[in-house]
Ligand binder design. Sequence first.
Ligand SMILES: Nc1ncnc2c1ncn2[C@@H]1O[C@H](COP(=O)(O)OP(=O)(O)OP(=O)(O)O)[C@@H](O)[C@H]1O
Length: 470
Amino acid sequence: MDRSIQELTWEHDAIIDSSSDGLFVCDGQGVILRVNPASERINQATAEQLVGRDYMDAAAEGLVILPSAALEAIEKRQQVSLLQENRFGRKLISTATPVFDDAGELIRVVVSERDITEIDRLQRQLEEQQALGDRFRRQVVELQQQQLESRPIIARSPGMQRALRQALKVSEVDSIVLILGESGVGKGLIADLIHQHSARADRPIIKLNCGAIPETLIEAELFGCEKGAFTGAAGSRPGYLEQADGGILFLDEVAELPPASQVKLLRFLEDGQVTRLGSTRSRRLDVRILAATHRDLQQMVAAGTFRLDLYYRLSVIPLTVPPLRERQECLVPLIRTCIDHFADRSAVPRRLTAAALDLLCAYSYPGNVRELMNICERLVVMSDTELIDVNDLPQTVIAEAGEEDAARFGSWPAEMSMAQILASVERQVLLETAKRLPNQQSIGAALGLSQSSVARKLEKYGIRARFGRG
Ligand SMILES: Nc1ncnc2c1ncn2[C@@H]1O[C@H](COP(=O)(O)OP(=O)(O)OP(=O)(O)O)[C@@H](O)[C@H]1O
């Protein structure tokens, strides 16, 4: 196709003038022949002031900068790139490319100037953010280690000792670990222990309780989001996975993950990449996953509420933490440590009578170590004297002991008052009825009580907590 010289010249001018990079052209002697509008803007000198001038003369007047990529390219007869700052504080990358004629004569130098001020500022900001992030991460790790050291793990029972041995063993590898056990048994503590003994100990362990975040937000929390990805996403932010890069992400209550997040988590476990919500760019991460649940995941898989493929991925190394009722040998040291801990904190000395300690050891702790800690804290805070006796114990502990004693001996312990014995009988009746009947209404109907009165009594004796757990 024939194109007129005029047309070609027009096209050539349009390309040069519309470039967002600065462009100027010199001849082989360093005389400026052409300057495009972007270059005029960057250097704040017009083509009128520059064209036809020797580069060195223009530099002497401060119209262009030295050293000059153009003059160096003429001298070296090769492409030259320089990183410079002009007198207006703009950071530039100037690249001068020599152009030769057929006889090898250098006839032109084309210089492109890219203004990288903004990129440079962003880069610096990014470096500052990274330094801040590193400092923050170091502080988190120190805090996490201090916390773990201040909470000695009590493991006197064979079951708990086995769990600790397994935790130490798996801390050496980078595999996914699924920590199983009832609520409050110490699954979080085991995750901390694995972290502290792993090669990732100098990076934080980030914890996400999948059951504590509304379904609509969990994906953004886990995978991050870009500005405007959904209503309410005010700004771009990294998810927990990105925050855990190089470290560990502990997914507590993993069974509560909604189906869409289960799919995305599985994809991450397979390819190690995350894509923030509202973005198309994926990022490769190096995160070790620890997960925990008090639920029966196999049963959930059978019921279709948990993905089988994700279950396989997560359960490569299952680690079970036994319930406290199977850790009899741990009870006395746990109770003593907790009482001392809370007494130290409130600066009041407290001791348990032998009878109170016996009843506390006989209790079944459906809420496990967390419940034991709560009971101990309440005992320290609520008792008026240094010695904590049976009368100070919570109703649930006394009532349970009463039931056991009554069942065994047909009588009540001497320490129990009339009110405690009656409460114990009331609890026993409610327990038995609650086992038989499906809801509070039918329990009320059977016992001649209102539904609200049944609810209050179940709460009082901790029966709802016991039977209501998933
Ligand atoms: N063996 C132990 N020695 C000392 N403290 C313990 C022990 N086990 C658990 N704890 C303490 O009990 C409390 C509950 O533990 P943790 O939060 O780890 O339980 P969990 O199984 O993760 O509970 P949930 O399933 O509800 O998240 C924590 O304060 C923890 O420090």
